[in-house]
Design a protein around this ligand. Sequence first.
Ligand SMILES: [Zn+2]
Length: 105
Amino acid sequence: MQNPSESGDYWVRGFLQLSEQNQKLYYIGCSNCFSKINVEAGICYTCALCNKEVISCLRPIVIMSVTDYTGSMEVVSIQNIADQILQATPTKISELQNLVNIQYG
Ligand SMILES: [Zn+2]
């Protein structure tokens, strides 16, 4: 796998694996620009990045290792691509991960 130095869209065919098996598959962020924030979901605030009045919400995120015959690289997927991979809403995922943490903590 070549290390692209320019931003853009790239096609990679390889093996996907979660970087950490117990990673949190959602974060709380701005409803407009996806920036992360340390508040609970559903809080109204002015986003420091996009400078808009927004409501904090759960956002999907998947950090994966992509490996092909030339090597591997770490990829962070958010929103639409993470939705396609996870095939569940961030709310449902947080419920499931919290349930697992309660049972197997
Ligand atoms: Zn924002």
